[in-house]
Design a protein around this ligand. Structure first.
Ligand code: ADP
Ligand code: ZN
Ligand code: ZN
Length: 718
């Protein structure tokens, strides 16, 4: 299928060797020299021996001479020409990411590829058979396509995948496939602004719209336009598994020249989607953060929905922000980028306030449903029954009587966060972590589980310290709330949706389907239910335990709490009026709750930005976090102390604040102790210059002292 070999095989092969700088995914800086009998263009995968291991690497450059003695340079084993060379703009993106996040190129170029393209021997293009062959069609996930198809992928699978996608969803409905509903005035106005952006060819827009204001509708219209102009659209979402409705509407409106990429796809499905997008066979690529690194030859628009969502930040390996890289990619390609949110991140909001991003607002819901009424229920003097105020219980009762649906939101899974002895000081502590073991009651069995290291153990019959059999669960999580509500409202159908209830394949879809079909009167859920779902009959949302997030050390905690509460409140009353949200709190006067009452993001953002400006925190400064792990936290702190001393001695330290090293709040996880050191500067430049001077020497400082160290740029959790 037209995959060009990187270099034509000729009879008169050049006798001299060519040296290639190859990127490998190994924890060593720099590129590696290999030789070949002819040049291989950058962006081509090659199979090489690294030590005794066969690995897939990527050619970065052709060199006249190797960096080591020529006789030590090994030849490459094979040129993998099953896919075309990675395009120049993709290589630029990866190079920028490696540079910005201070990682070796190989740790970017290879991990972002579909797994089958980075294992030696996993994939051979098999072009003659009419399609690629993936030898290891592993399927860890539960994609629709994966469940429909029996057996592994075979030749021609790319073409088959297109047909399959079409069969899995209803065909586009001609009645809806036009331009969709008549736009509201606000939508029309915002669309005009977005079209200006398209016409201008580049720029970033922030689409700030309350939940249900019709942001998705605008993405779809823009996407149609961009596609009609022969270009591709990249639509990024925080989590696809939780928002099947979005995938449905994208398919219904934009048809099946759509590819979907997320981490729960099987390897084969992920490869097929990646190939369709990178060959330009798909016009729309819908995906989670990892989709950002897909080559798209005709890319004309990037949309980042729910741009504030923490899921855009990768939390291990290359700790990149897909939102930030999306903005960079758009800028590099001179194409527009649209960031959408009801509660934009303060970084984005500041850009919009200062004019760097174009601000477009949708202040009202599209279907003329008023936003739900939000009430703060003061818990300070309330007589609580299992954590519920009488007001919330009455409201639940009233909704039940009307046949409406309610949601009780509590961001804590399990039965109770800790087990405690009534007569001594014993609490259920994890042996491996500085954290409590959480009581779980899966199907009536009791077990203690650590949410940090995964360790589990049976519940002791009596206190391990004093032998008192009276050990009690303290506090509550979703399971206990579910149990209590089922007892309190015997006629009600209570359905719990959290990470435990949805662990099995396909169970999330099944639970959400039951909730949507109205087979539940009271939903009990974590933040999992707050994302993107449109429950038709949901009229009441009760929020328990919101205060837990209020006094976290992390300066972003109020911002996150506000976003989460706005999001969960946004689930209510999307189809009919009269919806209410009740937030139980001990601190009703806090700014975050007062702003929430009024659905007033702008005021809250202004308040937070003012605070951050006073304290010199992001977005008014740039941060980087150096973390260290050791057997004992003392060693981690010593290493960070030495790093700090070294940093301060460098001329590049001017203008950079280097804080004191501190242990992490949960200092020990799985017997490893952790500490961190924060760097902060008003401008990005100074911070990065210091890191570039400091980091190369840290391996030497770390040797024999810490197990591991790492740097995180723009950390989201401090
Ligand atoms: P958001 O993405 O801002 O949360 P959606 O785009 O999902 O909002 O829109 C919320 C609901 O309103 C959806 O059911 C959508 O079909 C509907 N909707 C959007 N725009 C309009 C419109 N102009 N007229 C009628 N309904 C609309
Ligand atoms: Zn005891
Ligand atoms: Zn643990």
């Amino acid at each position: 299928s037209g995959t060009p070999a990187p270099a034509a095989e000729t009879v008169s092969a050049v006798a001299s060797r060519v040296y290639l700088a190859v990127a490998l995914d190994v924890p060593l800086p720099g590129l590696f020299d290999y030789s070949h009998d002819r040049p291989v263009p950058p962006g081509v995968r090659v199979r090489v021996m690294f030590g005794r291991r066969a690995m897939v690497g990527m050619v970065w450059a052709v060199r006249d001479a190797p960096g080591v003695a020529a006789e030590r340079v090994r030849p490459i084993e094979a040129v993998l020409d099953d896919v075309p060379p990675m395009p120049a703009d993709w290589l630029r993106l990866a190079e920028f990411a490696a540079h910005y996040y201070h990682r070796p190129l190989g740790e970017v170029l290879l991990p972002v590829l579909p797994p089958s393209l980075r294992r030696p021997g996993a994939y051979t293009g098999a072009r003659s058979a009419g399609g690629p062959v993936c030898r290891a069609d592993r399927r860890p996930g539960t994609s629709r396509a994966a469940r429909k198809r029996k057996g592994g992928a075979d030749a021609g699978a790319v073409d088959a995948a297109a047909g399959e996608n079409a069969a899995a969803c209803p065909a586009p409905d001609p009645a809806r496939d036009g331009e969709g509903p008549v736009l509201t005035a606000a939508q029309a106005c915002a669309l005009e602004g977005l079209q200006d952006l398209l016409a201008a060819g580049s720029g970033v827009a922030l689409l700030h719209g309350v939940t249900g204001s019709g942001k998705t509708e605008l993405y779809l219209r823009l996407a149609r336009r961009v596609r009609a102009a022969g270009r591709q659209v990249l639509l990024l979402v925080p989590e696809i598994n939780l928002t099947p409705q979005l995938e449905h509407s994208v398919r219904a409106r934009l048809g099946d020249r759509l590819a979907v990429i997320h981490s729960r796809l099987s390897e084969g499905d992920r490869l097929r989607a990646w190939l369709r997008a990178s060959r330009g066979q798909a016009d729309i690529l819908l995906g989670t953060r990892l989709a950002l690194f897909t080559p798209l030859p005709r890319l004309g628009l990037i949309v980042v929905d729910e741009e504030h969502d923490a899921s855009y930040k990768q939390q291990d390996g290359l700790r990149y922000s897909a939102r930030d890289l999306a903005v960079w990619r758009g800028h590099d390609l001179k194409i527009p980028v649209v960031l959408g949110s009801a509660t934009p991140s303060l970084e984005t909001w500041r850009h919009a306030q200062e004019g760097g991003y174009r601000l477009l607002s949708l202040p009202e819901r599209a279907q003329a449903q008023p936003l739900p009424e939000i009430r703060l229920v003061d818990t300070r003097r309330a007589r609580l029954e299992q954590g519920f105020t009488p007001q919330l219980l009455d409201a639940l009762e009233a909704r039940l009587a009307q046949g409406g649906q309610s949601l009780v939101f509590i961001n804590r899974r399990g039965y109770a966060p800790v087990l405690r002895c009534a007569s001594c000081a014993w609490v259920s502590q994890c042996r491996r972590c500085t954290a409590h073991m959480v009581l779980h009651r899966p199907g009536g069995r009791h077990v203690l589980q650590c949410h940090h290291c995964g360790d589990a153990m049976p519940v002791p019959r009596a206190c391990p310290e004093c032998g008192d059999p009276d050990i009690q669960p303290m506090g509550r999580g979703t399971q206990r709330v579910e149990e209590f509500l089922a007892e309190r409202f015997p006629g009600a159908r209570v359905l719990r949706i959290d990470a435990d209830a949805t662990r099995l394949k396909g169970s999330a879809e099944a639970l959400f389907a039951r909730a949507h079909a109205g087979e539940a009167d009271i939903l009990v859920g974590t933040q999992m239910v707050s994302k993107g779902h449109d429950f038709a009959r949901l009229g009441l949302v009760g929020v328990l335990n919101a205060d837990a997030m209020l006094f976290s050390q992390d300066f972003r905690a109020p911002e996150r709490l506000f976003a989460q509460l706005m999001q969960v409140a946004g689930r209510a009353g999307r189809r009919q009026g009269g919806a209410e949200v009740m937030v139980q709190t001990d601190y009703p006067d806090q700014a975050v709750y007062q702003a929430l009452l009024r659905h007033d993001y702008q005021r809250f953002a202004a308040h937070c930005l003012e605070e951050r400006r006073d304290l010199g925190l992001p977005p008014f400064s740039s941060q980087a976090l150096l973390t260290a792990q050791a057997d004992r936290v003392r060693d981690a702190l010593d290493f960070l102390e030495a790093a700090r001393a070294r940093a301060r001695a460098l001329p590049e330290a001017a203008g950079v604040r280097v804080h004191d090293p501190v242990p992490l709040r949960i200092v020990r996880v799985a017997r490893v102790e952790r500490a961190q050191l924060l760097f902060e500067s008003d401008g990005r430049g100074a911070l990065h210059r210091l890191l570039r001077a400091l980091l190369p020497g840290l391996d030497e400082l770390a040797r024999g002292v810490v197990q591991h160290w790492g740097i995180e740029i723009d950390p989201q959790e401090i």
